[in-house]
Design a protein around this ligand. Structure first.
Ligand code: SAH
Length: 256
């Protein structure tokens, strides 16, 4: 049996192998090229998920991408593909630390701006999982607590706070209230799903998210997303490379 959660892991365990999950090709292809990772390989013969493997000094790096949907020719964003990618990656590769890297919506009420990169902190929510039955409510919306990330956030100069995941790019008024009540700093479509599988598998997990659009502004999210994607990804790349360099210097779990 795998341990449920990472609490039982020795804190002085060294990080020798890191997995980085991206939802979209455009979010991670350039950083994988910069590090010199190998070409895309399938995670499973029937599924679109791809991995690229290589090393940064002594650190083993595996980047995983959800892949392209064969019916619609777009990236498989969202929680279903993220869950499956995480499960397959953790089944097939020895990973000491899992990182979800990607883009997000930010909040001007909490000083978010395009290109700002956050480290998820405290916990991860699902803002569109509404089940009004005691117990199931808390299971559905989280938070999934995070035990790691605060040391790296400090070293990388990243603000940190709750991230919330859902399956839509736009928002409802109820979701806006959800974000306000919980002090959510970033809205995405994968982080909580990835963290839940990592937790079940006993693998420590962190998330870094770069802002492409501002949720609490009057500009249409999809237009902002497309206009700002390249800028947000440049900043994300810088942070992912700095993060991997810190890990490659040699890290134990208690210094993550
Ligand atoms: N139209 C885009 C689709 C991107 S959807 C395209 O060109 O393919 C949004 C992706 O970026 C998801 O993987 C999600 O995690 C992240 N994201 C960025 N801004 C978001 C927001 N405001 N809400 C939810 N997810 C967001």
């Amino acid at each position: 049996m795998q341990p449920n959660g990472t609490a039982g892991q020795p804190t002085d365990r060294p990080i020798r192998s890191v997995g980085v999950i991206f939802a979209m090709e455009a979010e991670g292809a350039s950083v994988a090229d910069t590090i010199g990772l190998g070409p895309p390989e399938p995670l499973h013969e029937n599924l679109p998920m791809r991995i690229r493997r290589g090393r940064l000094d002594d650190l083993e790096v595996t980047m995983a991408f959800n892949g392209i949907d064969s019916d619609h020719q777009v990236d498989r964003i969202g929680t279903e593909a993220a869950t499956l990618t995480t499960w397959m990656l953790l089944q097939q590769q020895r990973i000491d630390l899992l990182v979800n890297a990607g883009t997000c919506g930010g909040f001007q009420a909490r000083e978010g701006h395009v290109g700002k990169v956050y480290m998820a902190g405290y916990g991860l929510y699902f803002h569109d999982h509404r089940v009004n039955i005691d117990g199931f409510r808390e299971y559905a919306e989280g938070p999934i607590m995070l035990s790691h990330g605060s040391v790296l956030a400090g070293e990388l100069g990243l603000d940190s706070g709750p991230v919330s995941t859902g399956c839509s790019l736009d928002v409802t008024p109820a979701e806006i209230r959800f974000f306000q009540e919980r002090g959510v700093i970033a809205k995405d479509m994968e982080a909580a799903a990835i963290a839940r599988v990592a937790r079940d598998m006993g693998i420590p997990c962190i998330a870094v998210k770069s802002v492409t659009d501002i949720v609490d502004s009057d500009k249409p999210t999809h237009e902002e997303f497309l206009r700002n994607l390249a800028r947000a990804v440049d900043r994300l790349d810088e942070v992912v490379i700095s993060l991997l360099r810190l890990l490659a210097e040699g890290r134990t779990l208690d210094r993550i």
